[in-house]
Design a protein around this ligand. Structure first.
Ligand code: CTP
Length: 238
């Protein structure tokens, strides 16, 4: 017997999906944190739960899309309807995104990939030494930048920016540097927004100019719909 949420999601796709603008479109969403191994039992990660990415994958599927979710170690249930590709590290996530991109109409990078990884992974569990220890880190590839050439020319790209200062300037810089069409800005210091909560307050900026659009505090499912409304409009023009 399927869970009630699964039945509701299928009913919603039947109702929305027939007329939905994402009918026949392929959507690739990334979600959650990546894990970077230190030794066989330890890793570096961050507080991302994957909730926003899962909400986006579910909303896109309801609108009729074929959806793939590339998921790091998400701590919420996977979305109904999407094909889920599980990954561990940022390099794994980059490889999965590069593989899927040639068939993708809309890419939404909602994941929080670790920017750094240990320079070496110890083959055995690191033992206490009775003194302090330092860990050398090296930078991971940027997934959006390093998979740029695998995009179709008409692929619509949506990214996120999690900032604590100079919010709009930093978001606009990332939007241009990573060649996105839309960027969804989160203020990491704001209560009710960001990691691990059910709600989010975001500001959406577009590469095609126009002013930024500050949305009110909303459930993540409503934020997902607001993002998809704007992405659909861009897909229509391509
Ligand atoms: N991102 C990515 N590859 C990474 C890190 C981030 O593709 N290695 C994506 C995220 O999924 C997000 C966007 O880039 O859509 C911005 O991520 P964010 O963490 O805000 O920015 P960074 O580029 O990591 O910059 P910084 O940490 O210096 O703010």
């Amino acid at each position: 017997m399927p869970e009630p949420e699964t039945i509701v999601a299928h009913a919603a796709r039947t109702l929305d999906g027939r007329t939905g603008k994402l009918m026949g479109r392929t959507v690739l969403v990334t979600a959650g944190p990546t894990r970077e191994a230190i030794d066989p039992v330890r890793f570096l990660t961050n507080h991302s739960s994957g909730r926003m990415g899962v909400a986006l994958a579910e909303a896109a599927w309801r609108r009729g899309a074929t959806v793939t979710l590339v998921a790091g170690s998400i701590s919420v249930d996977p979305p109904v309807g999407a094909r889920v590709v599980r990954v561990e590290s940022t390099v794994d996530m980059r490889d999965a995104v590069a593989r899927e991109l040639p068939d993708t109409d809309l890419l939404i990078m909602a994941a929080a990939p670790a920017d750094y990884r240990p320079a070496t992974v110890a083959a055995n569990k690191l033992k206490k030494t009775g003194t302090s220890r330092s860990l050398e880190l090296e930078e991971n590839p940027d997934i959006l930048v390093s998979t740029r050439s695998a995009r179709r020319s008409r692929t619509v790209v949506v990214g996120f920016a999690l900032e604590t200062e100079d919010l709009l300037q930093n978001a606009r810089r990332k939007l241009l540097a990573k060649e996105m069409d839309l960027i969804v800005l989160n203020d990491a210091t704001e209560p009710g927004a960001g990691f691990g909560v059910e709600t989010n307050r975001v500001t959406i900026l577009s590469r095609n100019g126009g002013d930024h659009e500050a949305l009110p505090l909303l459930a993540k499912s409503d934020v997902a719909d607001a993002i998809l409304d704007r992405a659909e409009a861009l897909l229509d023009g391509r």
